[in-house]
Write a protein that binds this ligand. Structure first.
Ligand code: SF4
Length: 363
């Protein structure tokens, strides 16, 4: 069985506790109880300490403190917004692309994000981990499908497993010849940084596979001194880090915040990887931006920060059709259709100031 490490103490899990700590209003308690009956709540001490209780629009609170708006379900929202189920050949595995699989080992997280795309599947009350039989069947699936080069441990949060169990899993995966990369997607370095200790780092490294960590953070304030220390311990151990961020209304949907976040990632040896457009998870419309807003923010980043700081803006296409880049386009054909002068293709290309140029230039 996958055992959950029992180190996370004093995590706030009940709306009444949030009210008592001044993180939610007493008048909202009844609504928040209704939200919590459906979607898990967990706020670690580290995250609770980051919330500015004087600010009703605090960007950290918006990510973790439940809201009555989660009871409103918008058109198009779905319990499985990115279509995991359509590509799940055995329990715990999502095989959407030929060379990689998602391996969902646990259904619990250190914190529960209010915008989570798997919110119907994570949290207490859901199955907390794969059974031993299901785990073995999932490993067999990976072993049998020799095109699988990369295994992505996701969840729930795989760093909620005890280091001992994680080490066993890494060893099992490293024992499969064609598996060369194990990537773990996690909130733990920012939400529960103390978990990234020597035991956990030892567990993450296994002979025969390269481990990558995708750190999930959405606001520069999440990268506290403790979080930076956790990321540094991973990087110092030779584990490459990439970021994933969800574009969220009222959290990071302004140019200055997004720019500061991407710079903070790079300063901490985390290569910006994905900026996800908000998925159509139930009760999350109040946190989603429009795609046009996301593209405008990406244009801003292009003009202000180096290529190192550029994430790819992506949408998980509902129905399980995978990710598509949805950032702004900078290149278009300049030749008119059917023109006899079109012996050489000419393009229009937009620079970081928004000015248009021809390529090749007109002589
Ligand atoms: S850590 Fe990831 S899986 Fe867990 S609630 Fe947040 S977004 Fe969902």
């Amino acid at each position: 069985m996958n055992r959950i490490d029992p180190k996370l103490l004093a995590t706030l899990r009940q709306p009444a506790d949030l009210v008592e700590r001044g993180l939610a209003k007493p008048a909202d308690l009844a609504d928040l109880e209704r939200v919590a009956a459906r979607y898990a709540v967990a706020v670690t001490p580290e995250v609770a300490g980051l919330i500015d209780t004087e600010n009703p629009d605090d960007p950290i609170a918006r990510q973790f403190i439940p809201s009555a708006l989660e009871l409103v379900h918008a058109a198009g929202e779905s319990a499985d917004p990115i279509g995991d189920d359509a590509h799940s050949p055995v329990a715990g595995i999502v095989h959407r692309y030929p060379d990689r699989v998602l391996f969902k080992l646990v259904h619990v997280c250190a914190v529960y994000c209010r915008f989570c795309f798997r919110r119907e599947m994570v949290g207490p009350g859901k199955a907390t981990a794969l059974s031993e039989d299901a785990y073995r069947a999932a490993l067999d699936y990976i072993r049998t499908n020799t095109e699988i080069w990369e295994v992505i441990l996701t969840g729930g949060d795989p760093l909620m497993l005890s280091p001992r169990r994680l080490a066993e899993i890494m060893t099992d995966l490293a024992g499969i010849d064609h598996v060369r990369i194990v990537r773990l997607h996690t909130r733990v370095p920012v939400a529960a940084p103390k978990r990234i200790d020597a035991d956990m780092i030892g567990a993450l490294r296994a002979c025969g596979v390269t481990t990558w960590i995708a750190v999930h953070a959405n606001h520069p304030r999440e990268l506290t001194g403790e979080a930076r220390g956790a990321c540094a311990r991973l990087a110092d151990a030779g584990i490459p880090l990439v970021s994933q961020t969800v574009l969220l209304r009222g959290v990071n949907d302004d140019a200055a915040t997004l720019e500061a976040l991407m710079r903070a990632f790079v300063e901490n040896r985390i290569k910006p990887y994905y900026l996800h457009h908000g998925d159509l998870a139930p009760g999350t419309a109040h946190l989603r931006t429009t795609i046009a807003e996301g593209q405008e923010l990406m244009r801003h980043l292009r003009g202000r920060v180096s290529g190192l700081c550029q994430p790819e803006y992506v949408l998980d296409i509902p129905g399980g059709h995978g990710k598509a880049p949805i950032g702004p386009h900078y290149l278009s054909h300049a030749n008119s259709q059917g023109s006899e002068l079109s012996l050489q293709t000419r393009y229009r290309i937009v620079d970081y100031c928004g000015d248009v140029h021809l390529y090749p230039p007109e002589s």
